[in-house]
Design a protein around this ligand. Structure first.
Ligand code: NAD
Length: 496
């Protein structure tokens, strides 16, 4: 191991000065591949100062110039997608095609943000009163920060930075210290796209850097994606300091499978959504709620698919599932197999017995049947390749189960019955709903967000809500009187 991963400030690499670093693993071989610098509060302060300076000129940059930089950045992302995907796979472990998938979903956000001249258009009311016009404008906040999780090291930063920068802000990214390199490639692409230095900053770090961002008076807004306990901490601390905060948390996403569903279609969709990226997705389906007599058929259909999943180094061709992010996390997830069986669940497929590479943080796909709501395999966000099946007798019982869960990020229903699907969409208390679609991540021109413990704050991420989050409104009331009708008015203007 000889690689050092440093910050990106003012358009160049800035080696850390805190003396603190954290190991970055190649999870496919289970070895440390690099050390990443962890920023101190003083380094955060320095970076915020340069971002603040850059923000002044950037907000004055014309909309057409900003749009052209976003177009160029899109070009960089698209032409260097393979390079970026390789960096993601090397540190995260997900298979190369999946890494390309996250880049494609992130790129959508850049395309959306490139429409910034249209997105920032305000309203105009001519002659609201005699000689009076009223109009609104949306202005950037200044310096905004994004704190992102390990599981989407390119897509989640792109959810945030594309809109934030398009709106005229300077953006500071504090990526996960577990897979920090993708953020530096994004920085290089922004620079090559012509973004002025200081408008995009990367500060690596852990809680110390995050808390320094939360405390910093010149950071106007924080976007966070990660686990629920940290999301709550970010939201409570940031808002107490007067910042705008959107903090997306963890998940326990349920699929409701009705007796009339096409079982093969549902099984294919559920296997992809439960085990893709080794289950380390906030929109992974981790609970299947099987209604009535579909349960036996569905469990069988899922179980026969699992031994066919090829597990190995995500950089190699033909691999379906890569390793988990760390050895510690793999052991924690594996522990849920015993926890489930000890609590009375049936272990239909035990991922520990899969054909696994000898080195690396691998775990096979696990299927637990007859799971009940009080078991820890049900209550905890496992964040690994473990799927629970809960059996219920009716649609209503399944809906009630989903609505009682504290998490409410995504959910999906599998059915051929349009009326049942529509009722589900109407009554389910979850932020993102799929109808025969297992991973209903909204396209970039809608916004992404869960409900309840899956999101703290009132703004969803990206799309129209992202534009609102990264700008503040100003309303101008202007009078240009006709000189001929000028007169003194002492009363409060009623504008009539
Ligand atoms: P995490 O909460 O451990 O870390 C997220 C970020 O917070 C990282 O940048 C990390 O450095 C920082 N952080 C960690 N502990 C902190 C602390 N005590 N104080 C301040 N900052 C801290 O999450 P993770 O393990 O990187 O990612 C997995 C989690 O993210 C899962 O819970 C998953 O559901 C969630 N997630 C949610 C969404 C969503 O859209 N809702 C999307 C992706 C991931």
């Amino acid at each position: 191991m000889d690689q050092r991963i440093s910050h990106w400030v003012d358009g160049r690499t800035r080696p850390g000065t805190s003396g603190r670093t954290s190991p970055v693993f190649n999870p496919a071989v289970g070895e440390v591949a690099a050390e990443v610098d962890l920023a101190s509060a003083a380094e955060v302060d320095d970076a915020v100062r340069s971002a603040k300076q850059a923000a002044v000129a950037w907000r004055s940059t014309s909309l057409s110039k900003r749009a052209s930089i976003l177009f160029e950045f899109r070009q960089q992302l698209s032409s260097r997608a393979d390079e970026l995907a390789s960096v993601i796979t090397a540190e995260h472990g997900k298979v190369h095609s999946d890494a390309l998938g996250e880049i494609a979903r992130g790129l959508e956000n850049v395309e959306f943000a490139a429409g910034v001249p249209q997105l920032l258009k305000g309203g105009f009311s001519e002659q609201a009163a005699t000689d009076v016009d009223v109009y609104d404008i949306r202005q950037p906040l200044g310096v905004v920060a994004g704190i992102t999780p390990f599981n989407f090291p390119a897509m989640v930063p792109l959810w945030m930075c594309a809109n934030a920068i398009a709106c005229g802000n300077a953006f500071i990214l504090k990526p996960s210290e577990k897979d920090p390199s993708a953020s530096l490639l994004l920085a290089d692409m922004w620079q090559k796209a012509g973004l002025p230095d200081g408008v995009f900053t990367v500060l690596h770090g852990d809680r110390e850097a995050v808390d320094a961002l939360l405390e910093h008076p010149d950071v106007a807004a924080i976007s966070f994606v990660g686990s629920t306990p940290v999301a709550r901490h970010i939201y409570e601390t940031g808002t107490a300091r007067g910042k705008r905060v959107q903090a997306l948390g963890g998940a326990k996403n349920h699929a409701l499978v009705l007796p009339d569903a096409d079982v093969d279609l549902a099984a294919d969709a559920i296997v992809g959504a439960a085990y893709g990226s080794a289950g380390e997705r906030c929109m992974a389906l981790s609970v299947t709620v099987a209604v009535g007599d579909v349960a036996d058929r569905l469990v069988e259909a899922i179980a026969v698919r699992l031994p066919k999943l090829v597990i190995g180094d995500g950089a190699a061709p033909g691999i379906d599932m890569g390793p988990l992010i760390t050895g510690e996390h793999r052991d924690r997830v594996a522990g849920y197999v015993d926890a489930g069986s000890g609590a009375g669940a049936t272990v239909v497929v035990d991922g520990r017995e899969a054909d696994l590479p000898e080195r690396g943080f691998f775990l096979g796909a696990t299927l637990l049947d007859h799971v009940t709501p009080e078991m820890t395999v049900y209550t905890d966000e496992i964040f690994g390749p473990v799927l629970d099946v809960v059996r219920v007798d009716t649609f209503d019982e399944g809906l009630e189960l989903i609505n009682s869960n504290p998490y409410a990020n995504g959910t999906a229903i599998f059915t051929r019955d349009g009326g049942a699907a529509r009722r589900f969409q109407f009554e389910v208390e979850v932020g993102m709903v799929g109808i025969n679609v297992p991973v209903p991540v909204p396209v970039a021109y809608y916004s992404f967000g869960g409900w309840k413990a899956s999101l703290f704050g009132d703004t969803h991420m990206y799309g129209p809500e992202g534009i609102n989050f990264y700008t503040r409104g100003k309303v101008v009331t202007s009078r240009w009187p006709d000189p001929a009708s000028s007169q003194v008015e002492l009363g409060f203007p009623t504008n009539r």
